[in-house]
Design a protein around this ligand. Structure first.
Ligand SMILES: [Zn+2]
Length: 461
């Protein structure tokens, strides 16, 4: 038998252990894993000596082609998915536009399906609620499951633009989540505190980007996350808190008890792990604007500690980049968001000092398990989808912006990182190698996800 692709002489990390092996792929699937000495014929082979094979990374939180009132995030499915491949990411999960009615949900699906046609990686979507829906929680839960999108995003803030969902609806959704097999994703910030702070400041002057940490202080996140986790626990729900930004939040959660992990998972992003609020004061501080905002250095360090201690269950990038020109706006029009897609691997490899089992858990297995992609994805086992990131865990370098993004800057420019993606295999095809993206636009497919049932250990370990 001749295989399509062979990855030879490398070390496989399946998320639980590391072992030397050759991996043989045929028809989009991992067919065979052998010891290094046993070799088979393949049409194409890659010598992975000195390199590691990890399950293709899953970025569960990206915003391609997102229209934000005045501006649209600069990476669409074409450029964004190329950038993904360069970072070993083989699956992304984006979001449907926020909706309040089932009619609008249909339109939102059509819109995203159209815009994702150019994707080079496989993709899935989270359903997003706008405020308090005009349908019952049960109806939206069923609709989401039928769409193959068993995860629903809600906001606890942004009442100004009608996106805030009240606690009553949220609790109902959480109460349904386990029996229906879906996950409730929450953007958690306390709306009232943010509104009060802004009202107060506006008595004196127009806010600027420098006021962001004051307008959205840590307590807005901490108080909301703690509450949501208690809500989820009270109904045995499945809660996934997106983009947790502050170490104090993680610490407060970790002090609750160990059982919180049965019903809740915290996600954080490369920007919160690597950047702090000092850059807001620079001349180019307006570029450092995302929500929740950058936190103090103390908070950042505490967040890293929370990650190392196992209290973060998933890493998403919240990739939503704009250009310098877009960002040069008055405070009320700044498009919030930044670009970090592709950075999850080097950032985690740096922070975990090359511990690839931890890295693979956070970037592949956990998101796969938590969001309904497992066991087809998220691991390296015969019979599973051949999504693989081939990495060098030793190489250190100073990061410079990828030419693949359509943004013109990166907040990570010049940062010292360790770990590099050398090649990416997407559904059995060599998709990125020697700094070149080898898959054409449109190679990706929509993934219909299954119902999700979290096990006892949820996955935050
Ligand atoms: Zn987001």
């Amino acid at each position: 038998m001749i295989y399509d692709l062979a990855l030879e002489n490398g070390t496989v990390c399946n998320g639980e252990e590391l072992f030397p092996a050759n991996v043989y792929i045929r028809d989009e699937v991992i067919e065979l894993i052998t010891g290094r000495k046993m070799k088979f014929q393949a049409r194409q082979s890659l010598d992975c000596s000195g390199l590691y094979l990890l399950p293709g990374f899953i970025d569960p939180h990206v915003h391609f082609d997102l229209f934000l009132g005045k501006y649209t995030s600069r990476d669409d499915f074409d450029s964004g998915s190329a950038l993904a491949l360069s970072g070993g990411v083989t699956t992304v999960i984006d979001f449907l536009d926020p909706v309040r009615t089932l009619e609008k949900l249909k339109e939102a699906v059509q819109r995203r399906m159209r815009s994702s046609r150019t994707s080079r990686v496989d993709y899935a979507f989270h359903v997003t609620l706008a405020g308090n829906p005009e349908f019952t929680p049960r109806a939206i839960a069923d609709a989401a499951i039928n769409l193959g999108m068993p995860s629903i995003k809600v906001f606890t803030t942004y009442s100004g633009s009608g996106r805030r969902t009240n606690d009553g609806t949220l609790l109902e959704l959480l109460a349904l989540s386990r029996s229906k097999g879906l996950v409730v994703l929450a953007h958690a910030e306390n709306d009232e505190i943010i509104l009060a702070r802004e009202r107060e400041l506006r008595r004196d002057r127009e806010p600027t980007h420098r006021d962001l940490p004051h307008l959205r202080p840590v307590i807005t996140e901490l108080s909301e996350v703690v509450k949501l986790i208690q809500l989820s626990k009270s109904v045995d729900g499945q809660l996934y808190v997106v983009h947790v930004s502050s170490g104090d939040t993680v610490e407060a959660v970790s002090l609750m008890n160990t059982e919180w992990k049965n019903n809740s998972v915290l996600e954080t992003c490369p920007q919160y792990l690597m950047l702090n609020d000092e850059a807001l004061d620079d001349e180019s501080g307006f570029l450092n604007t995302y929500c929740p905002p950058a936190r103090s250095e103390r908070e950042r360090r505490l967040l890293v500690r929370g990650l190392l201690e196992g209290n973060i269950g998933s890493i998403g990038t919240d990739h939503c980049p704009f250009t310098t020109q877009d960002k040069r706006e008055s405070f009320s029009s700044i498009p919030f968001g930044t670009g970090s897609l592709g950075l999850s691997f080097p950032v985690l490899n740096t922070l975990f000092d090359g511990d690839l089992v931890k890295v693979a858990s956070l970037l592949s297995i956990n998101p796969a398990r938590l969001l309904g992609l497992y066991p087809e994805r998220g691991t390296i086992v015969p019979g599973r989808t051949a999504d693989i990131a081939v990495v060098n865990r030793e190489r250190s370098y100073n990061y410079s912006r990828s030419p693949l993004t359509r943004s013109d800057h990166s907040l990570f420019e010049g940062m010292s990182l360790r770990g590099e993606v050398v090649a990416t295999v997407m559904r059995g095809r060599l998709a990125f190698h020697e700094n070149r993206v080898l898959l054409e636009a449109g190679s990706g497919r929509f993934i219909e996800r299954k119902r999700v049932l979290w096990g006892d250990r949820s996955a935050a370990e």
